[in-house]
Design a protein around this ligand. Structure first.
Ligand code: GDP
Ligand code: IMO
Ligand code: MG
Length: 444
């Protein structure tokens, strides 16, 4: 795909179509074979994106997947909240694994910074009596976005401005220590110690920092192609997800524009990633959840444990109303179906094809978390294929029932299935020829 040339480069947004952990990391990695730049647009180190290359596993939290190809440029956009210590730790572990991070990895000077008091407030509020427990990943993501929207946050450019950093930390610590003590009886944080630690981190971070909106728009003008790497998923989006059981950022495709400074008019394609079934981690509604032995079986077979936290993920059947909703909110034209192999043992696969409320069919996804309690899922049983798919590399070679499962998803969502993943490794991927052609990918 146009790594050089003169016309504007192509762009594609990779967005989670469920509640996160759909396999976005792996799919971004596959696309970077031909895309030149990868830009993360939302979230922080709450994300855990797993990429497996010839058996070697990488778990990326803040660093975009493009870093695993040395010829690719990776950008942490302005929509991300960045904990400098977490970022530097990730960079150090990538360096230790001989991954190139110098000259190819950039951080937006407008990204917001997570500081220790964000963690302190998050820990306190998650456990406070009377608060809705979200089951967050706990690194301070929500409170950092609160400060961003409250216009009292610290941005990366400010982190590098030493006198401003000192004043900001002194003032913020005074305020946050008072709040956290009054509300949660937390021990106060030491502003001097924090300043010393973050001023040192700022020096290490400085070589990565630039105006990434300028970098990305210039890259596009030079004909370079960009993948926007989403974190979390549609149903965790602050506006469109299962509020309040969501994350604090715009995980949906609209976030790709605001979170990077690339205009919406420069976005060509939105690719939604969905598992062949469904998972969610943390609290909140999950209409197709399987609570018994079946759910446990899916968790074991799919190895459904958080990439970073190790928390067991809740599991359930594919939810087509949610997938249609994700299609509408994100403008998904292509779907990628991951973890097909996890269903390989089944002779029958239930799929939720619709919702009923008070006995009446509805296409509406509830605005309130309590609205989900009234939902009755309507299931259709699809035929299983009961045969291994991990080594299959073309759609024609998939068992008939698996092809029918894909065709059914296409019919029910109106999106085309462009890629099917049948195992965690980069190579365990099936590409549809039309997808290869439209995105300019070469089949491997
Ligand atoms: P992300 O957050 O969307 O990038 O997804 P995660 O990396 O958190 O979770 C996806 C998990 O499924 C990871 O452990 C991947 O290695 C794994 N995975 C991805 N695609 C497949 C697949 O097709 N089959 C199987 N069995 N595992 C997969
Ligand atoms: P990736 O990018 C799955 C969930 C948390 C919690 C809620 C809010 O790997 O798909 P937060 O710490 O963001 O305030 O937590 O969102 N959550 C995720 N679940 N995958 C993720 O990221 C997630 N990031 C946050 O479990 O329920
Ligand atoms: Mg994940």
């Amino acid at each position: 795909m146009n790594r050089g040339g003169t016309s504007r480069g192509r762009t594609a947004v990779i967005v989670g179509a469920q509640w996160g952990d759909e396999g976005k990391g792996k799919i971004v990695d596959v696309l970077t074979k031909t895309f030149s730049v990868v830009a993360r647009y939302a979230g922080g180190h709450n994300a855990g994106h797993t990429v497996i290359i010839h058996g070697k596993k990488f778990i990326l939290q803040l660093v975009p997947g493009g870093v695993l190809r040395p010829e690719c440029t990776s950008v942490v956009g302005n929509g991300v909240v960045i904990d400098p210590l977490a970022f530097l730790k990730e960079v150090a572990s990538l360096r230790a694994a001989n991954v190139k991070v110098d000259g190819n990895l950039f951080v937006s000077n407008r990204a917001q910074v997570i500081l220790p008091y964000h963690r302190m407030i998050e820990m306190g509020s998650e456990n406070a009596p009377g608060r809705v427990k979200i089951g967050t990943t706990s690194p301070g993501i929500g409170p950092a976005y609160e400060d961003k929207m409250g216009r009292r946050g610290l941005r990366v450019a400010d982190l590098l401005d030493t006198p401003l950093l000192r004043t900001h930390i002194e003032n913020a610590c005074r305020e946050k220590n008072l709040i956290a003590h009054a509300l949660f009886n937390s021990d106060p944080l030491d502003a001097d110690k924090m300043f010393a630690e973050y001023a040192a981190a700022a020096r290490e971070l400085a070589p990565f920092v630039c105006d990434t909106a300028l970098l990305l728009n210039r890259a596009l003008a030079e004909g370079k192609s960009i993948v926007f790497e989403g974190a979390q998923g549609t149903m965790l989006d602050i506006d469109h997800g299962t509020y309040p059981f969501v994350t604090s950022s715009s995980a949906t495709s609209g976030g790709a524009a605001t979170g990077t400074g690339v205009p919406p008019t420069s976005i060509d394609t939105v690719i939604g990633i969905t598992k062949a079934y469904c998972t969610r981690v943390g609290g909140g509604p999950f209409p197709t959840e399987l609570l018994g032995a079946e759910g446990e079986d899916l968790r074991k077979r799919g190895n459904e444990f958080g990439a970073v936290t190790g928390r067991p993920r809740r599991t359930g059947w594919l939810d087509l109303p949610i997938l249609r909703y994700a299609g509408m909110i994100n403008g998904i034209s292509w779907l990628v179906v991951t973890k097909l192999d996890v269903l390989d043992h089944l002779t029958e696969i239930p799929v939720c094809v619709g919702y009923k409320v008070d006995g009446k069919a509805t296409e509406e996804v509830p605005a309130q978390a309590c609205g989900y309690e009234k939902i009755e899922c309507v299931y259709r049983k699809m035929a299983g294929w009961a045969t291994p798919t991990q080594d299959i590399r073309t759609i024609q070679d998939l068992p008939k029932a698996a092809r029918e499962y894909m065709a059914f998803i296409e019919k029910e969502t109106g999106a085309r299935v462009g890629m099917i993943s049948t195992g965690p490794d980069r190579e365990q991927t099936i590409l549809a020829p039309e997808f290869v052609e439209e995105l300019g990918l070469q089949a491997s």
